[in-house]
Design a protein around this ligand. Structure first.
Ligand code: NAD
Ligand code: GLY
Length: 358
């Protein structure tokens, strides 16, 4: 039995299917959606070793011709060089516009395989099968695809929506604890930016979530996907409200880049970025000190980091200046107004603002 959330984008609309132990019905679900029969399953060796066979067999059993291709495991491989190996694989296997891609993995696989789908032959259909919590609540939904550049996160990419997002929450059982809690950072983000009641629910369900209680996880994932789907439907290409999903990300991306991609998990960096954003919000009288403490405490309760690594202010500032959100030298920060709402504020004096926080 799959729960279903719709991302409503006119002709680019697609469903998010959420189930438990549902991977083996993937083939029938894809067949129902009339997807190409020839599919490249892009994954990595870690995930392929656990779930590759189930996905492959399910596709085969429903008339698909799956081919498997692994990229190396790790954020440091979300690069144009690895993207090139995906193109090589598709071209050497004579993929054409009647073929498709399945991204089987976390945010790294999803982002790079999605970008391959967006650009190969000017776009072929693809499906997201997110296998980390972070990918299930965030990166697989909304069509942001990208690779990193040495000078900045996700600087090369495209908006390109999948045909379907297929979530099996049982795959989270094999996820390492550090990767699991990294995904919780994005869940906390939804509470802070959009839903005070959800934030309170998270405060009251820390242990259930950490224990991977199925009911609690289903609720948190469903709620997160609903919030993201609604925001993406309102603003697919980040012309307005979608920017609020970047809460904590400008500073988080700087941490990821400065520490060398892969050292910090994306969700861990976002956790610290949210604390920094909350402190700036408090300084600007947008929220109370108590709000900052609640955000900080909730992240700590999930064993997430809340302290910035000690890079020089000048390094943070230089890195943030290269962020995608900078326009003509001004950085737009997403700041929380209390808990459950946000505002966007343009910051011209980046050094000054961050010097008081770091
Ligand atoms: P990840 O993809 O690196 O996965 C983390 C680790 O978990 C990897 O080692 C992976 O092999 C392993 N893994 C994945 N699923 C597993 C499973 N079920 N069992 C065991 N191991 C498993 O990291 P992530 O946190 O999923 O994604 C981070 C990336 O997502 C970053 O590159 C970030 O920029 C991107 N992101 C994109 C968006 C977007 O909107 N496109 C949003 C948020 C984050
Ligand atoms: N993770 C930010 C976005 O999807 O817009």
């Amino acid at each position: 039995m799959l729960e279903n959330i719709q991302v409503s984008l006119g002709e680019r609309s697609y469903p998010i299917d959420i189930g438990v132990d549902s991977l083996d019905v993937l083939g029938s679900e894809l067949a129902e959606h009339n997807l190409p029969r020839r599919m490249a399953i892009i994954s990595n060796p870690t995930i392929n070793a656990i779930y590759g066979k189930t996905v492959y067999s399910s596709l085969l059993a429903h008339g698909f011709t799956p081919l498997q291709f692994d990229i190396p495991d790790g954020e440091e491989y979300k690069t144009v060089e690895i993207l090139q190996t995906i193109y090589d694989f598709l071209i050497s296997n004579e993929f054409d516009r009647g073929c498709g891609i399945i991204a089987l993995g976390g945010g790294v696989v999803g982002d790079i395989a999605g970008f391959a789908a967006a650009t190969f032959l000017r776009g072929i259909p693809y499906v997201q099968i997110p296998t980390t919590l972070l990918a299930q609540v965030d990166s697989s939904v909304g069509g942001k695809t990208a690779v990193n550049h040495d000078l900045g996160k996700n600087l090369i990419g495209a908006f390109y929506q999948p045909e379907l997002v297929f979530i099996d929450i049982a795959v989270l059982d094999t996820l390492e604890y550090r990767d699991f809690v990294a995904g919780i950072a994005e869940i906390v983000k939804y509470g802070v930016i959009r839903d005070y009641d959800f934030f309170c629910w998270l405060e009251n369900n820390v242990q259930q979530i950490k224990d991977k209680d199925r009911e609690a996880l289903m609720y948190a994932i469903n709620k997160s996907c609903c919030i993201k789907a609604e925001i993406v439907a309102a603003d697919e290409r980040e012309g307005s409200v979608r920017a609020i999903l970047n809460y904590g990300h400008t500073f988080g991306h700087a941490i990821e880049k400065l520490s060398g991609y892969g050292e910090w998990k994306h969700g861990e960096a976002v956790s610290v970025g949210m604390v920094v954003a909350a402190k700036i919000s408090c300084q600007r009288n947008l929220c109370s000190q108590l709000d900052v403490e609640r955000i900080c405490s909730l992240l700590k309760a999930f064993d997430l980091p809340t302290e910035s690594p000690s890079f020089e202010l000048s390094e943070y500032v230089a890195s943030m200046r290269l962020d995608k959100k900078v326009k003509q030298g001004d950085l737009t920060l997403v700041l929380n107004s209390g808990i459950g709402d946000v505002v966007l504020q343009k910051i011209a004096n980046i050094e000054e603002v961050f010097s008081t926080i770091l």
